[in-house]
Design a protein around this ligand. Structure first.
Ligand code: GLU
Length: 388
């Protein structure tokens, strides 16, 4: 018996592992404040739940087209244009079982052994693993808190080789909350214009959750000349509190969307028919609650950032988007060995967070602040106690 070489190149998702561990401890009766997995604590909007029930009652329980129902792909096209400024026909959209599956299929459909993929670090845990699974080589582009955890055009230029096949962008970013401005994206676009073999994936799933003035900027919209080689990824898990529905959306060139559909036809087939009906309601229904949710997240951000920065030896910048902060705990690491051991120590004290090293970071941990202010206060109190 053996595992494939592709599988042995990757590690299990450490966000999922910590979430499972927190579930187990809670089931065993332990009092855990779980700030590990990135999941909004809001209830899924009532009109989405009503549409889900209506779909069940209407018997929408069968196969659908592999890449999503026509109705949902049209709603997805509406979403990309309205919310991200990316104008595509429905045929250039794709529906998958979560944004993760869209990314998985896009990278598997295009990466050959030896292809280099540029990923700003710290990164979301699954990007490098998917690249390695596909046989590609991960090229980290290191970012710093002082630089707002964003890459510069010069840094991008210096990292490009003839083997570079993709640049992965994520704004607002997980785990740092970094947000690129239109001007910064234009500068990156200027470099990419000189290298026509490079595809760009822009993961914008956190776009509604940004704490800066002005409109969200994404590269396919601000650099339309690059749009034929940009895959923009979105979804409903974070914005509409629909993590369990597993609906991810992508918009990109038709050849890539078709390639992703080919792979999906042999992996999961269509995403859940019920979830797709719910997604139509989410995309076509009212969006005004997003403003309120964003304001709530912003208050939580301010509270948890102030609380963490008041603990001796911990520091975190204030993120501009998403619902994570990446905490520097380097002065405490020597006592524990590494950041994974530090996180296990915090878990013993009733707080689940994920080690920074899971995200290509160092000596710290990620907090998901998509939890109530009372839970965040309790978590900060427990972290302070655990490190005192
Ligand atoms: N994207 C979320 C996170 O980073 C969900 C878990 C996952 O898929 O990694 O926590």
């Amino acid at each position: 018996m053996k595992l494939s070489q592709a599988l042995s190149r990757i590690a299990p998702s450490r966000t999922a592992a910590m979430m499972d561990r927190a579930f187990e401890l809670k089931a065993a009766g332990k009092d855990i404040v779980s700030l590990s997995v990135g999941e909004p604590d809001f209830a899924t909007p009532a009109h989405v739940i009503a549409a889900t029930k209506a779909a069940l009652d209407a018997g929408e329980t069968k196969y659908t087209a592999v890449s999503g129902t026509q109705r949902l792909r049209e709603a997805a096209a509406l979403h990309f244009a309205r919310d991200l400024g990316v104008v595509v026909p429905a045929s250039q959209t794709m529906v998958s079982a979560g944004g993760k599956q869209a990314i998985f299929h896009a990278l598997l459909a295009t990466i050959d052994p030896g292809d280099e993929v540029l990923i700003p670090a710290p990164w979301w845990v699954s990007y490098p693993e998917i690249v390695r699974f596909a046989g590609g080589t991960v090229v980290p582009l290191e970012t710093t808190p002082a630089g707002g955890y964003r890459i510069s055009a010069a840094q991008l230029e210096a990292a490009i080789t003839p083997k570079t096949s993709w640049l992965l962008l994520n704004s607002p970013g997980n785990p740092t909350g970094s947000v690129y401005s239109a001007e910064e994206l234009r500068a990156l676009g200027g470099v990419l214009a000189q290298h026509p073999q490079i595809m760009v994936m822009s993961d914008d799933i956190y776009a509604p959750l940004r704490y800066l003035p002005g409109r969200h900027a994404t590269i396919a919209a601000v650099c339309p000349e690059l749009a034929p080689r940009v895959l923009t990824v979105s979804g409903l898990s974070k914005s509409h509190a629909m993590t369990g529905f597993r609906i991810g959306l992508a918009a990109g060139p038709e050849w890539l969307i078709k390639a992703m559909g080919k792979l999906q036809s042999h992996s999961s087939g269509n995403p859940s028919s019920i979830s797709q009906a719910a997604a139509v309601a989410a995309l076509e229904g009212p969006q005004d609650f997003l403003v309120e949710w964003c304001a709530i997240m912003r208050r939580r951000r301010d509270r948890v950032v102030a609380g963490i920065n008041a603990i001796p030896g911990l520091s975190t910048p204030s993120p501009d988007g998403a619902f994570y902060c990446l905490v520097d705990a380097s002065t405490h690491i020597a006592r524990f060995g590494d950041d994974e051991a530090l996180c296990l120590h915090l878990l013993d004290h009733g707080v689940a967070v994920v080690a920074a090293s899971a995200f290509g970071g160092h000596d710290g941990f990620r907090i998901s602040f998509a939890a109530s202010e009372a839970q965040l206060d309790e978590a900060v109190h427990r972290i302070a106690g655990a490190l005192s």
